[in-house]
Design a protein around this ligand. Sequence first.
Ligand code: HEC
Ligand code: HEC
Ligand code: HEC
Ligand code: HEC
Ligand code: HEC
Ligand code: HEC
Length: 426
Amino acid sequence: MSNISLILKQFSRSVLLIAGFAILGFSARAQGDAAKGEGIFKANCTACHKLDQKMTGPALGPVITADTDDKWLTKWIQNNKALIAAGDAKAVKVYNDNQQGNMTVFATLSDGDVANVLAYVRTEYKAMQEKAKAAPATAAAADSGPSNLVIFGLIAVIVIAFIVILLLNKVIGTLERLLLNKKGLAVEEVEVDDKAAARKAEFKKLLKNKKLVGFFIVCAVICGGSWQWVTLWNTNVHTGYQPVQPIKFPHDLHAGVMKIECQYCHAGAFKSKNATIPSLNVCMNCHKSVDRRMDASAPSTEIAKIYTALGYDPATTKYDSTKAKPVQWIRIHNLPDLAYFNHSQHTKVGGLKCQTCHGPVETMQEVYQYSPLTMKWCIQCHKRTEVNYKGNAYYDNMIQVHDKIKRGEKVTAAALGGIECGKCHY
Ligand code: HEC
Ligand code: HEC
Ligand code: HEC
Ligand code: HEC
Ligand code: HEC
Ligand code: HEC
């Protein structure tokens, strides 16, 4: 039965090879042209175009992905006005279907520049689509060790290995029989009449093969174990959590398309521990006059919920506080009380962007929990992130205190921040 150990050895070698290639494949993302195109696109086009949404100009992702006529696209981008004036049918149609001549002329962009922009738009849009599909799943995978892909890959490899072993066993059996036949030795045939019995006998033979059975028990233990390991690690981890909110508040519209700053609504995020959810009065700064989507003919039922909650009657523009029923937003991110997390320390002092922890909120129709919020997640970032201590009074003070300690001078708790309100109160 050394055949099988040999096979196993070969097999583990191939698995390593395959895994190696897979990792190489994943890391080899498209670069070069698209990377150059990104800068050009951001500098020239983002004022009017987004990849996935209509702004002043059409959403460029789908347009440039579907349109493979790069020559036309280049002419259009370099000088759309000339193309329209020349009566180019496609240009005239785009002109008529849209804002009619609102696009700038980019005569300074070379053919190479435009090719880079096109490459960027296509790769970026493709990535966006894939990310949108996989967003909650990939975020979860970032923390949960082996991804589904790896697990399915392993299972597939095991199944294939099983089939290979069966086939090889058969071949070896036949070869042995041939060899014995050649030597003129009689082969003891299992005396069976029908095929079913023959198969049964074969199966029994396999079951007696201790190494094979052992191999499967080990496989079962590995699979079951990894599954349980992943399940246990993800207990109480709510990545992707997206409760149904009382008002379908679209972040993509407000923070994305309209580009309202996060702190306009989450004023605490730079100043205090809590980012805070805005009161409906903040919404009314705009929604007093905006009662519907720009492209809608009827008032929005979602915006009407703001009015109901405030007891506001848009017909009379009067508030009736007796009718007010505060909106009960459902909290998405929630650390247990045993952990202290302070937003201002991370955004203001640490200089981190909201998106580092909350993901691309400005593209989310409704917010979901992007990061796992596990202790491992906090600690991994603390280990990786370099602190920017330049021009930071706190660290300047630490250096002064450090020098005093070195000189053997008196240092009080106050010098370490012991009289700052926030150290004792929050
Ligand atoms: C000042 C606003 C503005 C800027 C800046 C701008 N565009 Fe446009 N773009 C438009 C508008 C508006 C249209 C629709 C045509 C029209 O109304 O003239 C358009 C149309 C297009 C189209 C054709 C879409 C179709 O349906 O076939 C492409 C491609 C395009 N733009 C690419 C670009 C690229 C690339 C850049 C940056 C180099 C850019 N645009 C910068 C406003 C702009
Ligand atoms: C116009 C107001 C407004 C703007 C601008 C805004 N938000 Fe919000 N945000 C809300 C409201 C209202 C909620 C509560 C409803 C919900 O969860 O969707 C919320 C919820 C959230 C939550 C989930 C809170 C929880 O329950 O755990 C996060 C995270 C968040 N916003 C991040 C951001 C970020 C990052 C930005 C900027 C890119 C931003 N928001 C911009 C109004 C706003
Ligand atoms: C700076 C102005 C502004 C603020 C502040 C603002 N909104 Fe809006 N909101 C708009 C505009 C403008 C639209 C319509 C956009 C469009 O049609 O493209 C809109 C659309 C909406 C919609 C979509 C309605 C539909 O039928 O799809 C909802 C829901 C909404 N807002 C809720 C809120 C809530 C809740 C708040 C407060 C947390 C808020 N908005 C704060 C300007 C604002
Ligand atoms: C270092 C990671 C990190 C960064 C950066 C960050 N947040 Fe948070 N955010 C969290 C965590 C963790 C929670 C849960 C806090 C809790 O339950 O006590 C949270 C909760 C929230 C909440 C809901 C609860 C609350 O605190 O009111 C909102 C809204 C929010 N964040 C918005 C923002 C905005 C806006 C920014 C950017 C200005 C931002 N966050 C930056 C990690 C972060
Ligand atoms: C994306 C990176 C990142 C994540 C995720 C993150 N932090 Fe931080 N954290 C920082 C940085 C950077 C600082 C240092 C800021 C400074 O003081 O310069 C910091 C500082 C802190 C401090 C102050 C440490 C001290 O000695 O002053 C605490 C407490 C803290 N974080 C708690 C948490 C908790 C709890 C979580 C998880 C819920 C978390 N952080 C997640 C980046 C992160
Ligand atoms: C060394 C810790 C510490 C520091 C620093 C500190 N406090 Fe206090 N503070 C306390 C304690 C403890 C109490 C409760 C005392 C009591 O109940 O008798 C308190 C009570 C208070 C109260 C009264 C609360 C009430 O319900 O009566 C206020 C207001 C207050 N502090 C504000 C501040 C301000 C403002 C600062 C910064 C200038 C500050 N504290 C700094 C520890 C501290």
